[in-house]
Design a binder for this molecule. Sequence first.
Ligand SMILES: C[S@@+](CC[C@H](N)C(=O)[O-])C[C@H]1O[C@@H](n2cnc3c(N)ncnc32)[C@H](O)[C@@H]1O
Length: 306
Amino acid sequence: MHQPVLLHEVMEVLQPRQGMFYIDGTIGSGGHASSIIEQIAPKGTLLGIDRDPSSVSSAKEYISHVVAEQELDVAVTIREGNFGGLAQIISEYGERKADVLLIDLGFSSDQLISGKGFSFRKDEPLIMRYDGDAGKETAAQVVNGYPEAKLAEVLKEYGGERSARRIARSIVRTRRKNRIRTTGELVEVINEALSGMYRPKLHPATRTFQALRILVNRELENLEQLLNDIPNIVAPGGRVAIISFHSLEDRLVKQRFKALASTAGAVLLTKKPITPSEGEVKRNPRSRSAKLRAITLKPSAKGGKT
Ligand SMILES: C[S@@+](CC[C@H](N)C(=O)[O-])C[C@H]1O[C@@H](n2cnc3c(N)ncnc32)[C@H](O)[C@@H]1O
């Protein structure tokens, strides 16, 4: 099962307390949420959203089990949704703003076995969408449809792939003969394109897969929208914690938090990003690139939360 990343550190920066309204914008398997709800009980409220319907079902099941087992007095709503639309979601939900907001970006280890093509170690259809919505852009459409130059640009920009042009050329050469349908076929093309190149640490497909996932899910656009909407989502004096997994995301978070601190009186709770301990990276290698940043909004003039 997915292990929550930087859990102890998230609890420290968010400081969830009895009665608080906690929004989890990426509830995933409910790992962080299961610990946080213990702190907001009694009379706390959790609104958990996720773009992936299967994450929503597993979080619902797990959280209701935790609530029942520990007899927690917490109002729980877990539903499908995009954190890029959180401001709208909470306005439908009752206008109350969050005391604590957690966003844990990227995908969960459970999604690696979801059959949606997130893993380059499996041979699955090239979808890579969290929501899997029919009719929306999939990784297969990008790989088989984008012009070579645009493909190279995507791999470079979103994946930081230094051999982007070489991979893009190889993809276009292959798809002229046969459509690239699966993750296995794509990995083969990448392996061929990079054969003989020295890559000591990373699987050759790592950066290409990252780039495609970021693109088809519009990950950076959603994050930007969320960051801009923070004052509409989080109450005065409320806290926000964001865990990111690559530099493009971390840069957006850093810049927006800085702007909120200088223009809106928010206070940075992390001057530098918090990263996992050696012990955590050993236990959960997936955590190695995680960076946690947190901020607290300016309290209202009365000193209350709303
Ligand atoms: C790293 S996992 C979260 C794990 C969770 N904190 C836990 O402990 O179980 C990230 C989750 O965010 C979801 N996600 C990605 N982009 C999203 C978006 N724009 N809106 C809502 N959920 C999103 C993914 O579907 C995935 O389930």
